[in-house]
Design a protein around this ligand. Structure first.
Ligand code: CS2
Length: 467
């Protein structure tokens, strides 16, 4: 069946009626659609909790989903076949530039939760965790909001400050911000940058935020590759309708949430989410074990010529590097050894799923934001204990090589800074990059020497892989 002869997916022929908007999502992409929107779809009160989603880096999602009334197909790729499901939770999808719509939702007391997947870079934070106040986009947002509280903004913290100004003016009351990005302590991290931006725009707003904004924290997990024509064709063939924007994902999913929801939230726990007192042990396990090994493979394995996670983990050399990293990272987790073992085994199964084509080049993006939270914390703890294990050192070495032109192409929110720092020898590059992102780890000649050694090894293997 060809995609041109089948009807377009719409609410007239599929899914549920749009639920009233009670949540606003910032940064809608494939991950949100496989994760938060899927949990909302499966909550028993889904009919009361519509999401108004705003695009982030990919405005075309709004164009693709508008003719489909926000509907799309989630394709769950099991190792032995696909299952298809229409997700109806996005009641509206707007381009990031639609400030008027965003402010309108924020003025509505029915809006109870703001979720975000704006990537690590979207928080506009410096290496010390504070707002990157000198960043030109932040400066522009502060000036714009001082001049006009309804101004269009460029950054996520700026957008929230504008939204809170509107909510305060409307007297719409309490709201929860629930970040869904791969950052440690994402709630407090978000609160810090937004509060610091608010202080610059209107210090009285900070008081209002203290009384009215709850900052929840969450760990999110579901491996979700980008969509290709193969998925569009698979939906048309199997389901008999045309969906220009289906989302492929893996069967596994996890969401661990802590925080207060004074204005309510969907019953996500009924859909499999875990609501806990403290997200930290779960988030550390996921960030270090999953995301850390992802970043290691994204740099090191692309240098050896691998394209996907499944290709990379099937290579015994890469698998050995991943295991070595897990040995080190696992030592520092707050969870017990048994749990760490089980988690490692589950990760190997997930990585080995050949039907999830997860491109390493996609994971390689934004290393400046990822290496400091995925790899450096365990390396820092090892150095404090006087050790210098290969696992994290190799990940750092592979990232330095990547910035010097090896393996996956460089795409980074701080591309100009990190590429400039990576000039010169590996030793010089390592020192300059640590100065930029983790100055507390310097000076450390032994570490720099070890990075040089691991980098040399990788370059030798790169030569043999190409031969
Ligand atoms: C990946 C994550 O692109 C990346 O940096 O490590 O998107 C990863 O696939 C998700 O966090 C899995 O939950």
């Amino acid at each position: 069946m060809s995609t041109t002869t089948v009807p377009r997916l719409t609410r007239e022929n599929h899914g549920r009626p749009a639920a009233p908007v009670r949540m606003v999502h910032l940064g809608v992409g494939n991950f949100t659609r496989a994760h938060q929107a899927w949990y909302t779809e499966h909550a028993p009160d889904a009919g009361e909790w519509g999401i108004a989603a705003f695009t982030g880096r990919r405005p075309d999602t709004a164009e693709a989903l508008a003719p489909q009334d926000g509907l799309y197909t989630l394709i769950t790729r099991h190792a032995d076949g696909d299952t298809f499901e229409v997700i109806s939770s996005l009641s509206a999808v707007h381009p990031a530039s639609d400030t008027a719509a965003f402010l309108c939702y924020l003025r509505d007391e029915q809006t109870a939760v703001i979720t975000s997947t704006v990537t690590e870079a979207g928080y506009m934070r410096g290496p010390d965790g504070h707002l990157a106040a000198d960043d030109p986009a932040v400066v522009a947002d502060v000036e714009a909001l001082q001049a006009d509280p309804e101004a269009a903004t460029r950054t996520t913290p700026g957008k929230l400050v504008g939204g809170f100004l509107a909510r305060r003016a409307a007297g719409a009351g309490a709201i929860t911000v629930l970040p869904c990005d791969n950052l440690p302590d994402n709630g407090p991290a978000f609160r810090t940058v937004v509060t610091e931006l608010a202080e610059r725009v209107d210090p009285t707003l900070v008081e209002w935020m203290q009384e009215n904004v709850a900052w929840a924290t969450s760990m999110v997990d579901r491996i979700t590759p980008a969509t290709t024509d193969a998925e569009r064709a698979a939906v048309a063939d199997s389901e008999g309708y045309d969906d220009v924007s289906p989302v492929p994902t893996e069967p596994f999913s996890e969401w661990v949430i802590a925080g207060d929801f004074p204005a309510g939230r969907p019953a996500w726990e009924e859909a499999g989410a875990a609501v806990v007192e403290d997200v930290h042990p779960f988030e550390q396990r996921k960030l270090w074990m999953l995301n850390g090994s992802h970043s290691l493979m994204a740099y090191a394995a692309t240098i050896l010529g691998h394209e996907t996670v499944a290709d990379a983990i099937a290579d015994p050399t890469v698998r050995g590097w991943v295991e070595e990293w897990w040995d080190v990272a696992g030592e520092h987790l707050e969870l017990g050894a048994e749990e760490v073992r089980g988690y490692r085994a589950a990760l190997l199964d997930r990585y080995n799923n050949p039907r999830v084509r997860h491109l390493l080049a996609q994971i390689a993006a934004d290393g400046s934001q990822k290496i400091p939270v995925r790899i450096l914390p365990a390396l820092r703890l090892e150095r404090a204990a006087g050790r210098l294990p290969d696992g994290p050192v190799r990940a750092l070495a592979a990232w330095v090589l990547h910035l010097q032109g090896h393996g996956a192409p460089v795409k980074d929110a701080r591309e100009a800074d990190v590429v400039a720092a990576a000039q010169g020898s590996v030793a010089e590059a390592t020192t300059a990059l640590l100065e930029l992102l983790a100055p507390d780890m310097l000076p450390d000649e032994d570490l720099v020497g070890a990075v040089v050694d691991r980098a040399e090894e990788i370059v030798v293997l790169e030569g043999s892989a190409k031969a």
